[in-house]
Design a protein around this ligand. Structure first.
Ligand code: UTP
Length: 472
């Protein structure tokens, strides 16, 4: 451990005088913990980030032309879906595919007291998101007679709770050796005006998880990437913890990603057509030469509103954060400094301990900068990245907010609607509301069906009563 003096001199040298003075005075265990935590960051690099994203921040003013990104459309019959499905199934059966859930977020909008993956989400039985994914993995392993390891990224804030949840539920019947949890990194938060690093309490810096884009580094430093390579995993199916409808193992998508001549097999994405020009989702665009996700707030309104001759939005490729990333590409992003991803800054309210007064400060206004990396920033670094359109009901039922849009209520409606559509395709009579939506709550377990085709051989009711609540 360096002496307090040498550490405080280092802090002084990067302009962190307040913290330097505090470090000099603080004694005992708390002081040691804090010093160790400060030492765990590369202070010169941190200083650079603070001036780039804080005190000296200059918003990017990209002058490259923005065009819609090309994608494999749902109604496009010119590519051979069946052939790519067969290719994808081959990779799954050869144990070349794994699942990857990012579950390190703070879920602040949902306001649930616990890791978001533990949130009761299925329509009728209230299964957690983790259980729904676990059953989907189990059903795919059974279907393809394959082993599909599952990598779950947590953060230091929810790691222990997440592991305990899996242990308490006997890993939902999956082999624990095939589930690997690892923590993402954190970034210190700093004062938006002064760049001073903030303390969350007398013994700790205030930090936040470093974004889903922290996954590349975390996969590498945790040993999860090595574990994948040892197992011969080539492709990682990436999804967020809050989308219960994500088709987490999709043979067509896997086949297209790995075998399409238009894909370099490094990073592929799914999209849904935007529901309106101002829907708050990132949009796949071609910016200059590169494919990128442009955040909704960064897409100029006149572009967002542009329509084509069929009256469809030109910039309609909404990102649903479902990707496939090759392990080789992850290794490149994680280890080659030339491929380092940028940070994005968010100005947030961060309560903190003031070393000068010894009191906690509860800000009324956003006061601090949090830095995060985004997983999709790697798309621009791939040689050829493809995008596949999927149906919104089929694959997008996010639980982001406590109420309103993208809440548990809307998620359950979409889950139920998907189940109704699958059952209707097998001839079950579905009760509907005047607007055509399903008038029942239907939970379809992944153990019963992974796709509408799986229902063809299942024992199904002839019809469902209006207003019924059923599980199949
Ligand atoms: P969101 O952007 O929805 O953030 O994350 P969040 O933290 O879950 O929720 P809010 O914004 O605080 O309400 C999208 C996905 O990325 C993961 C989340 O767990 C979720 O699956 N994520 C986000 C991480 O794994 N780490 C992060 O640092 C941020």
């Amino acid at each position: 451990m360096p002496t307090s003096t040498s550490l405080s001199e280092r802090l002084e040298s990067i302009g962190q005088s307040k913290l330097a003075a505090y470090i000099n005075g603080v004694q005992g265990d708390g002081g040691d913990i804090l010093k160790q935590q400060i030492q765990s960051f590369d202070l010169d690099q941190l200083d650079g980030y603070i001036s780039t994203y804080g005190t000296g921040y200059q918003p990017d003013s990209p002058n490259e032309e923005i065009n819609p990104a090309p994608y494999f459309a749902l109604d496009d019959a010119s590519w051979d879906r069946a052939m790519y499905s067969t290719h994808g199934e081959g990779l799954i059966a050869a144990n070349k595919v794994a699942c990857f859930t990012v579950a390190g977020g703070q879920g602040s909008r949902l306001g649930y007291d616990g890791p978001k993956g533990c949130y009761p989400t299925s329509c009728v039985s209230g299964k957690s998101l983790f259980e729904m994914f676990a059953q989907t993995i189990y059903a795919n392993e059974r279907k393809y007679n394959a082993s599909i390891p599952w990598y779950i990224m947590t953060s230091p804030l929810n790691h222990e709770q997440t592991i305990k949840f899996f242990e308490d539920h006997n890993h939902f019947g999956l082999d624990p050796k095939n589930i690997q949890f690892f923590e993402q990194g954190v970034m210190p938060s700093f004062d938006a005006q002064t760049g001073d690093l903030l303390l969350s309490d007398p013994a700790h810096l205030a930090t936040n998880p470093d974004g889903h884009g922290g996954a590349y580094k975390a996969l590498h430093v945790s040993g999860a990437l090595d574990n994948m390579l040892e197992r011969g995993i080539e492709h990682l199916c990436y999804f967020q913890v809050d989308n219960p409808n994500a088709k987490i193992i999709d043979p067509v998508f896997i086949g297209l990603h790995a075998y399409s001549p238009e894909s370099s097999g490094e990073f592929s994405s799914k999209m849904v057509a935007k529901s309106s020009w101002d829907e708050k989702v990132g949009v796949f665009c071609r910016v200059g030469e590169d494919i990128s996700v442009v955040e909704y707030s960064d897409l100029p309104e006149e572009l967002a509103k542009m329509t084509n001759e069929r009256d469809q939005l030109m910039f309609n490729a909404g990102s649903i954060a479902i990707h496939i990333i090759s392990t080789a590409f992850i290794q490149k992003i994680a280890t080659d400094p030339e491929y380092a991803l940028p940070f994005h800054r968010a100005v947030k309210k961060v309560s903190h301990f003031d070393p000068a007064t010894g009191l906690m400060v509860q800000p009324d206004e956003p006061n601090a900068i949090k830095l995060e990396r985004f997983v999709f920033d790697a798309i621009a670094l791939a040689d050829r990245s493809i995008i596949l359109e999927t149906d919104r009901i089929e694959e997008f039922a996010p639980v982001k907010n406590a109420t309103g849009t993208d809440s548990i209520v809307t998620s359950k409606q979409i889950q139920s609607q998907r189940a109704a559509n699958w059952l209707a395709a097998s001839g079950v009579d579905i009760p509907t509301n005047p607007d055509g939506s399903v008038n029942a709550t239907i939970e379809l377990s992944p153990l019963t069906a992974l796709s509408p085709e799986d229902l063809k051989s299942a024992q199904l009711p002839e019809s469902i009563e209006p207003g019924a609540s059923i599980q199949l």
